[in-house]
Design a protein around this ligand. Sequence first.
Ligand SMILES: NC(=O)c1ccc[n+]([C@@H]2O[C@H](COP(=O)([O-])OP(=O)(O)OC[C@H]3O[C@@H](n4cnc5c(N)ncnc54)[C@H](O)[C@@H]3O)[C@@H](O)[C@H]2O)c1
Length: 365
Amino acid sequence: MSKTLNVNYEGKHCYNIEIRPDFNDFLSCFESLDFGGNKICIVTDSNVGPLYEAKLRKILSGANESIFVTSYTIKAGEESKNLDIINKIYEHLIKNHFDRSDMLIALGGGVIGDMTGFTAATYLRGIDFIQVPTSLLSQVDSSIGGKTGVDFNKYKNMVGAFYMPRLVYINLEVIKTLPYEQLTSGMGEVIKHGLIKDNEYYAWLKENSNQVKALDYDSLEHMIYVSCRIKRDVVERDPKEKGERALLNFGHTIGHAIEKCADFSLYHGHCVGVGSIAAAYLSSKYGKLSSNDYEDIIQTFKLYDIPVSALDKSMIDKVYETSLSDKKKKGNRIKFILLNSIGDAYIEINLGKEQIVEGIEKVLK
Ligand SMILES: NC(=O)c1ccc[n+]([C@@H]2O[C@H](COP(=O)([O-])OP(=O)(O)OC[C@H]3O[C@@H](n4cnc5c(N)ncnc54)[C@H](O)[C@@H]3O)[C@@H](O)[C@H]2O)c1
């Protein structure tokens, strides 16, 4: 009923990922950090705060009673992920006299995790923070590996920093209040883990879709543990995305472009799913992936109610132009992540405009 993963950074232990059925172990995990400050700010959003902030505060009240706990709640959604809101969090911390020994807790999905991490990285040149990820996507992906940041003028994650949390505490119970579309959005990233690194895990995901969708505890625990382990292994080997970490961007170049062209009205993980189908198509047409595996990947995304197409064909030029502004470039070439086979991804920099457009066209309605 509980699992722990150690995460190393530059060869040394850096933080633990604790996977639990509830918040009961949060206090002991927190106390193991030897917190030397006396103020904590829980940063959360307008959906998650009302559900879980009071619980977390109550638990923290069991720690040293001289600890002052405050919170800052932002409006839920990607629109809040910008520097204006970061300024407001800084103001809240300054008003409450936070100093370098104090701490932030990110209680929410990937938006909250990325923003709280960025605030922690930059406030007073860096204070500690804990990730308490509450969406599936943040539990298996965004809370691990220290990428923090905000969007800038609609460019996704354009401003940010690599900054490691002190702890990632995953309470599986909170998944029960996650809207179904957010669950399937997270599944886009989960299936990606199988596709890029582990064909057995991909097969397990296909076989266990009913249990996962029904939120069966053992299935969820196994899935989240394996996904966290895959992400952990990649970020340990390549913390700053100099090489292998780029594989985690499978589906993201076209996915981000679709997300942006749809004005962020679609779910992030669904856009990654659509981008993954495009990348799988390019892998079968121009790489080594078999056409059977390409068809199988489409069926697996459908099994989890993840859309396999988006927008419409009139958007093709806009999606292509937008994909060029993606950060994942080497010189003038876009770094595309393709599959040799299911479970084996590689970086391809030799795709030309015609090929990329063909991949995009395949996933536009
Ligand atoms: N740092 C990284 O490595 C990394 C990796 C992948 C994605 N991301 C970022 O993560 C963000 C997407 O994350 P997300 O999908 O979690 O989005 P999100 O934070 O917007 O959360 C999705 C929605 O679910 C709600 N929610 C979250 N947990 C809930 C719960 N337990 N119960 C009820 N509602 C809940 C939120 O309020 C929000 O409305 C994007 O900004 C993306 O860029 C970062």
